[in-house]
Design a protein around this ligand. Structure first.
Ligand SMILES: NC(=O)c1ccc[n+]([C@@H]2O[C@H](COP(=O)([O-])OP(=O)(O)OC[C@H]3O[C@@H](n4cnc5c(N)ncnc54)[C@H](O)[C@@H]3O)[C@@H](O)[C@H]2O)c1
Length: 412
């Protein structure tokens, strides 16, 4: 029933999974614990996430906890076919193929849900959740709840909650401290530059890098660009974030102005139409653009096409748009998340923490769903405390504890 590109690709996928497993000590610990405690015993768990080595290992940890896991991608370009093959080869039903059309991608999500008949689920970006609210509504009565991985998915959930449309309880894993403080900032910060580097093989030092969005991810991308020697410009719509960027040492200006000077553009806002026609028209010949926000709508491809007399993939992951004004602009990874569509995503040690939060959040839903309402829940502070204490220990570090006198002093 599963659908992957070619199950014979499993060997290299398996090697990738083994490598990350060695570098995810929290997940190793949780896996051992789940083998004994089986928090998902008898439950069907559907996951929609970038199919790569770290998420594949996470699927296996869920399986160790007794879940019958069914996996699908959450982006048509981020699926790694060898990892999907390894998942299936290892006994996890998988519906994910790299490079499928948007229609086919949505079909794979639908097939995942039909096959899984999930009790709980994990989503990244909200497409699986959306399917459950539309064409797969028939599956909702069985659902205990789910957990959402990223900012864009949480925005979509909060929209549904505000409209009174949310059909089950959802945990906002993204908003846990041990998630966004590290994953969005340091994970995106490092992996975005890895994706850009391995695709373009161009120098960053001495270039003008424009980062649109100075949220958790944007801060990381700007910080790492600075570390690589770039002159960084930030574009924002929130004055508070803009002040922060200035005080962090970056120039701030509207995209209209930044477009004239930027060599490399990175969008990471979670919004749409951040770089559009008027900006493309002003850009320098040879400007490179990459997106790290969840959807491929931040850099307007329709606008790029309307200004172009031709487009072609001149190297894997680089599309050249030959504008009618004689200049060429280069878009990486078709404007999809550059770190995942043109790289391996966040470092294993970072996802170790994010997925520990996810495991504990799903366990929380599995155990507490009877007392939960159809709304978006923050991850309880105890889960953040548990994950951070475990992480600091696996890092070989220790911290101090408050004495009773100090606790008393602080509470007065
Ligand atoms: N690439 C990855 O691996 C990865 C990892 C985590 C999150 N994400 C995605 O990245 C996006 C940003 O996530 P975040 O956690 O940084 O969110 P955030 O809410 O912390 O930050 C977004 C920032 O963008 C700004 N912004 C919004 N619209 C804008 C516009 N039109 N122009 C300029 N700035 C604008 C907001 O003011 C905000 O400061 C989301 O889509 C999220 O899902 C990607």
């Amino acid at each position: 029933m599963s659908r992957v590109k070619d199950i014979n690709l499993y060997k290299s996928g398996e090697q990738k999974i083994l490598w990350v497993k060695k570098n995810m000590p929290l997940m190793n610990y949780i896996e051992k614990d789940f083998e004994k405690t089986k928090p998902f015993d008898g439950l069907n768990v559907a996951i929609s996430i970038h199919i790569e080595a770290k998420t594949a290992y996470m699927a296996r940890v869920l399986q160790a906890g007794g879940a019958k896991v069914t996996a699908s991608g959450c982006n048509p370009l981020s699926t790694q076919d060898d990892v999907a093959a390894a998942l299936l080869h290892g006994g996890i039903d998988t519906f994910a193929i790299h490079g499928v059309s948007d229609d086919e991608y949505n079909k794979l999500i639908g097939e995942t849900l039909d096959f899984s008949q999930p009790d709980i689920f994990l989503d990244d970006g909200g497409d699986l959740t959306e399917a459950l609210h539309t064409e797969k509504r028939n599956l909702v009565s069985k659902i205990r709840g789910g957990s959402e991985e990223t900012t864009t998915g949480v925005h979509r959930l909060r929209g549904k909650e505000a409209r009174g449309e949310l059909l089950f309880p959802m945990m906002s894993a993204n908003d846990a401290l041990c998630k966004h403080l590290f994953d969005n900032r340091y994970g995106t910060g490092q992996s975005v530059w890895d994706g850009i580097d391995r695709t373009t093989n161009l120098i960053v030092a001495g270039k003008k890098v424009v980062v649109a969005g100075y949220g958790w991810c944007g801060r990381g991308c700007a910080m790492r660009a600075k570390g690589l020697g770039a002159d960084v410009i930030v574009c924002e719509v929130d004055a508070v974030k803009a002040i922060e960027a200035v005080m962090d040492g970056f120039d701030v200006m509207p995209m209209e102005k930044a477009a004239e000077t930027g060599d490399i553009f990175v969008t990471v806002t979670g919004c749409r139409d951040v770089i559009t026609k008027p900006h493309f028209e002003k850009m320098k010949d040879g400007a490179v653009m990459a997106n790290a926000g969840h959807f491929d709508v931040e850099i307007s491809k329709p606008d790029l096409r309307s200004l172009s007399e031709g487009e072609s993939e001149i190297k894997p992951g680089i599309t050249e748009y030959r504008l009618k004004n004689g200049k060429s602009l280069y878009l990486l990874a078709e404007g999809r998340l550059v770190n995942l569509a043109a790289g391996d995503g966040h470092p294993a040690e970072i996802m170790d923490m994010s997925f520990a939060i996810q495991m504990m959040s799903l366990k929380y839903v599995a155990e507490n769903y009877k007392n939960m309402e159809n709304r978006v829940y923050d991850v309880p502070r105890e889960i953040d405390d548990y994950v951070s204490a475990l992480k600091i220990k696996t890092m070989g570090k220790a911290i101090d504890s408050l004495t009773p006198e100090q606790i008393d002093y602080l509470s007065r």
